[in-house]
Design a protein around this ligand. Structure first.
Ligand code: ADP
Ligand code: MG
Length: 266
C-alpha cells in the first residue's frame, strides 16, 4: 500500500548561520533539497548535523540567512503546518511513559486529527501500516517504557512514518539498531523517496549505509559544508580523511552493489 501523502516540497537554505549563544555552529550554509532524493548527511561528532536538521525542522532559528519550504519562508508556517510537511526522528528522545506503542505511533497522526474527534479509519490504517513496516505490530499493546532501546527507536520511526509527511529527517535513526532493522528502515526510506517523491535527509555514521542508500551526500565539518553532490562523485578517500582523519580505500560499486569504504584499523 502506498502512503497517501503525494505532496512534495523543495527546501532551500541560503547563507544559513547559526550559533548557540556565542558559540558558532553553522557557517554560511547553502543547500537545496529536492523531492525524490535521499540525502546522506555525514560528518564527525559535533560537525553540526543535528543542528542542521533542527533548523530544517523549524526547531532552531538561524541568526543569519534564509530557509524556505515550497517557496515560503519557514518562519511563516505554523507548527501544525510544519508537522504535516516535515517528520523528524530525533537523535535522542525519552519514551518513559505508560502509553502503549500503538498510542505513541498514533501521535504521528495528531497533526491531522480534527478537534474533539477521534482517529479516522485512515488514521488507524496509517498506524497499523507503520507498525507492520517497522516490525513492531506484535508490540502494539506494550507500554513503550518497557521496550528495549532499539525497539523504542523503531517506535519513533513508525510514528514518523504514520505522520506521512513529504519530508522526513532522520537523526542517526538507525544507530542503535541491529543490521536487519537498520537495513529495513533505510530500505523503507529509499522506497518512499522513489515511489512517492519524498525528501529524506538522514544523518548517518555508518558510511557504508550512507553509500548504499543515499542519492546525494551532504558532508559537514566544523559547521561548514565541505562537500555535496551525488554519492558516487562525492565520497572519496580524501573526503573521508578530511572528515574523520581515518585512512580508507574505496571499492567501486557495480550495478548490483554500492561502493564500499574499507577502513584501515590500527
Ligand atoms: P552533530 O550532530 O554533528 O554531532 P551538533 O549539531 O549536535 O553536531 O553540534 C554541533 C556543535 O554545536 C557542537 O560543537 C556542539 O557541542 C554544539 N552544540 C550542540 N547543541 C548545543 C547546545 N544546546 N548548546 C551549546 N552548544 C551546542
Ligand atoms: Mg547529532
Amino acid at each position: 500500500m502506498a502512503l497517501v501523502n503525494e505532496r512534495t516540497v523543495e527546501i532551500t537554505l541560503t547563507g544559513v548561520t547559526f550559533s548557540y549563544g556565542p558559540l558558532p555552529c553553522l557557517h554560511n550554509l547553502s543547500l537545496s533539497l529536492q523531492p525524490g532524493t535521499l540525502y546522506g548527511l555525514i560528518g564527525p561528532n559535533g560537525s553540526g548535523k543535528s543542528t542542521l536538521l533542527d533548523i530544517i525542522g523549524g526547531f532552531a532559528r538561524p541568526q543569519g540567512g534564509r530557509v524556505t519550504i515550497g517557496g515560503r519562508r519557514l518562519e511563516s508556517y505554523s507548527r501544525g503546518e510544519l508537522a504535516r510537511l516535515i517528520g523528524v526522528v530525533p537523535q535522542s528522545f525519552t519514551l518513559n511513559f505508560d502509553y502503549s506503542v500503538e498510542h505513541v505511533v498514533l501521535m504521528g497522526r495528531y497533526p491531522y486529527l480534527k478537534r474533539f474527534s477521534g482517529p479516522s479509519p485512515e488514521d488507524l490504517h496509517q498506524v497499523r501500516h507503520a507498525l507492520e513496516l517497522l516490525d513492531i505490530a506484535k508490540l502494539a499493546e506494550r507500554p513503550v517504557r518497557t521496550l528495549s532501546g532499539g525497539e523504542k527507536q523503531r517506535v519513533m520511526v513508525a510514528r514518523t512514518l504514520a505522520q506521512d509527511t513529504p519530508v522526513i529527517l532522520l537523526d542517526e535513526a538507525t544507530a542503535n539498531l541491529d543490521i536487519k532493522h537498520a537495513i529495513s528502515i533505510m530500505h523503507i526510506m529509499a522506497k518512499l523517496v522513489k515511489n512517492s517523491s519524498r525528501t529524506v535527509v538522514a544523518a548517518l555514521h555508518d558510511l557504508n549505509m550512507a553509500c548504499a542508500y543515499s542519492d546525494q551526500i551532504i558532508a559537514l565539518y566544523g559547521g561548514k559544508l565541505v562537500a555535496s553532490g551525488t554519492t558516487e562523485a562525492t565520497i572519496s578517500p580524501a573526503l573521508i580523511e578530511t572528515l574523520y582523519q581515518v585512512p580508507v580505500t574505496i571499492t567501486a560499486g557495480t550495478d548490483d552493489t554500492p561502493q564500499t569504504i574499507n577502513y584501515r584499523y590500527h
